[in-house]
Design a protein around this ligand. Structure first.
Ligand SMILES: NC(=O)c1ccc[n+]([C@@H]2O[C@H](COP(=O)([O-])OP(=O)(O)OC[C@H]3O[C@@H](n4cnc5c(N)ncnc54)[C@H](O)[C@@H]3O)[C@@H](O)[C@H]2O)c1
Ligand SMILES: O=C(O)C(=O)C[C@]1(C(=O)O)C=C[C@@H](O)C=C1
Length: 314
């Protein structure tokens, strides 16, 4: 296995994911030195108070100088600005990666700015919570979760092996995937659930004159479980929607079709259709939970055995 240890790791952006990386890198001794950079002085100060790094910079260019691993941990819409900023200061031979929730757009934003001799391989840990900011991170976040790397055909194989070893040392299981396929899979397993959660909270809020107090009063059960995701960071999710537009629209169209069929079954009192759908989906949901956690998710739509005939394939 390749060496997961780096001399100097620079984290650009120190929110939930950046700070979780800082914790796990420190705890598992994956670098001699952790460099932290973020654009807000307030957040940088907080990161310093929390002791997340060894050195702290507002200037991302200064932060990446001499680093052999640079991890961009900012909302996906800021990827190009960060890439332009750090590009002239990257060290030849360094590995550059990111953690963004969308991959096609992030690669298009970063790749053109990567200097010759720097190895860029995009990535995405499928691990998170609805919290954000430097206080939200914890070392175990990546344990037993997938991390998807999206190398391109000309990616350096040694850099890929080292980055995989790094994520494994952080606790993750690593898979590789084509960026466009990643974006389609994540649109259904992550982006749509967030959009639906945001939407249902908005719908309930619009009913406020009739039911607002009841929404708060009775939300201890289903509504609360279902809408946890609606507390997630608005900047991050605005950017995900803007930067995975096509895949999200494709999945929303399929979702709307299925919802219309369900609506029709309710309208026409088609108990058999409702019972059959709920039986099938209960068994799928139980098999996901029984699989340990979401370990089968990265293959969804590619070779999942229960795949619907019209599920998109890569
Ligand atoms: N939150 C999750 O569950 C989760 C999971 C996996 C991947 N991701 C991805 O990880 C990335 C970071 O998410 P997060 O949850 O840590 O967000 P966060 O809001 O907790 O932190 C974002 C950080 O980026 C900094 N930042 C924003 N714009 C910047 C810029 N232009 N230059 C420098 N720093 C900038 C912010 O100050 C903050 O430190 C996003 O791309 C997100 O899509 C998030
Ligand atoms: O568990 C949560 O709260 C998350 O939102 C984590 C989650 C997900 O949807 O699974 C969110 C976005 C990421 O890109 C990866 C993970």
């Amino acid at each position: 296995m390749s060496d997961p240890h780096f001399n100097r790791i620079a984290l650009i952006g120190i929110g939930l994911i950046g700070s979780s990386l800082a914790h796990v890198i420190r705890q598992r001794k994956l670098a001699d030195e952790i460099i932290v950079s973020t654009r807000s002085a307030h957040t940088l100060r907080r990161a310093e108070e929390l002791g997340l790094g060894d050195r702290y910079y507002l200037d991302a260019g200064e932060a990446v100088a001499g680093a052999d691993l640079v991890i961009i941990c900012v909302p996906v819409g800021a990827s190009e600005a960060v890439a332009k900023w750090i590009a002239p200061a990257l060290t030849p031979g360094a590995i550059l990666t990111d953690v963004g929730s969308t991959k096609g757009s992030v690669i298009r934003q970063i790749a053109p700015h990567v200097p010759e001799g720097v190895h860029f391989i995009a990535g995405h840990p499928i691990a998170g919570t609805e919290e954000s900011g430097p206080d939200a991170g914890f070392a175990d976040l990546f344990d037993d979760r997938w991390c998807i790397l999206t190398p391109t055909p000309d990616s350096d194989q040694e850099a890929l092996a080292r980055l995989s070893a790094f994520w494994q040392a952080c606790g993750s299981m690593v898979d590789t995937m084509d960026p466009e396929h990643h974006d389609l899979v994540l649109a259904i397993v992550s982006h749509l659930p967030h959009i639906i959660a945001y939407n249902i909270v908005g719908t309930a809020d619009d009913l406020e004159t009739v039911t607002k107090s009841e929404v708060i009063k009775y939300s201890a059960s289903g509504f609360r479980d279902f809408t946890r995701l609606a507390a997630s960071d608005p900047t991050m999710w605005r950017d995900v929607c803007l930067h995975n537009k096509d895949a999200i629209l494709e999945m929303l169209a399929r979702f709307s079709e299925d919802l219309s069929a369900l609506q029709r079954a309710v309208r026409w009192g088609d108990g058999e259709a409702l019972f059959n759908l709920f039986t099938r989906t209960r068994s799928i949901r139980r098999s996901i939970v029984e699989a340990g956690q979401d370990t089968d998710i990265p293959n969804f739509g590619r070779n999942a055995p229960t795949q619907k005939p019209d599920t998109p394939a890569s």
